[in-house]
Design a protein around this ligand. Structure first.
Ligand code: GTP
Ligand code: MG
Length: 256
């Protein structure tokens, strides 16, 4: 690991607080209730986005006879991570600053089998008139230097409280199963304080990321070839010489 990353870890360690300590800061600033309320809004926005995705899944499964995504994971950022992120950016830890500066408090991860489904779901969400796409980072078209691939979007969705409507930001990350597998292995390495042979592991990860990309594209081709074969078989059946007309059913014991 290089010096810069070690330095970053050092700063993070210094800023590391327990959830109770973060609560105490909020209480001292008279913002504990407001913070809990904000978290409830984000949680509700996450539920909204999950529901939107599940509805799309139902429709696409019925129409295309396959599910566009395998599963969804979602998480609300912990108060300690929120605190650390603001402090690391030299932004005072206040409820207003959380909402203004962080887009990943509510996070949803959509794991798809095939790359084209990622863009299909993204487009379907973008067409909904209560969804606004605030930001998009396409690390599939332009992978990170380490090989990381995913499509990240920041959505703004409305949530309806008893007295008001709030617009909340939700981060959605789309990945294939293979990309998710890679990211989870890479994540393990990234957060180790001390690691031997870091450079050669990084190289191996980069190489694996490229192989995974090839694999994802080949799987897409295989899926399309299977679908083409299904269509051809269906066409052949339909263009075959008409079958001999079915004789009207007669009662076996009828005399005529
Ligand atoms: P942060 O959210 O502060 O990291 O910055 P950002 O919002 O500019 O980052 P970005 O949109 O690039 O990435 C946000 C999230 O994507 C991270 O919190 C991770 O969940 C994931 N991510 C991004 N890059 C990597 C990576 O190199 N490896 C892995 N495993 N995950 C990544
Ligand atoms: Mg983030």
């Amino acid at each position: 690991m290089n010096g810069v990353e070690n330095e970053k870890k050092g700063t993070q360690a210094k800023n590391h607080l327990t959830p109770e300590e973060v609560d105490r800061i909020l209480l001292e600033n008279g913002e504990l209730e407001q913070f809990d309320e904000l978290m409830m809004y984000y949680d509700s926005a996450m539920v909204e986005v999950r529901t939107k995705l599940e509805v799309l899944n139902k429709e696409m499964t019925l129409k295309q006879r396959r599910n566009p995504f395998e599963y969804i994971k979602s998480r609300l950022k912990k108060s300690t991570s929120i605190y650390e992120k603001l402090v690391a950016r030299d932004i005072p830890f206040t409820v207003e600053n959380i909402e203004k500066n962080l887009n990943d408090i509510a996070g949803v991860r959509v794991i798809c089998a095939f790359i084209d489904d990622i863009y299909g779901i993204r487009d379907a969400l973008a067409r909904q008139d209560d969804v606004e796409i605030l930001q998009e980072k396409d690390y599939i078209a332009s992978p990170k230097a380490n090989g990381y691939r995913s499509l990240h979007i920041i959505l703004r969705v409305p949530i309806y409280m008893s007295q008001e409507k709030k617009l909340m930001n939700v981060e959605v990350q789309f990945r294939t199963i293979a990309m998710d597998f890679w990211a989870s292995v890479e994540h393990k390495m990234k957060y180790k304080k001390v690691i031997k042979n870091a450079e050669s592991i990084s190289e191996e990860l980069k190489y694996s990321a490229d192989m995974i990309n090839q694999l994802d594209r080949r799987m897409l081709q295989i899926r399309d070839r299977i679908a083409e074969s299904d269509e051809e078989i269906l066409e052949e059946k339909q263009t075959q010489t008409p079958r001999t007309p079915i004789m009207p059913l007669r009662h076996p014991y009828s005399s005529d």
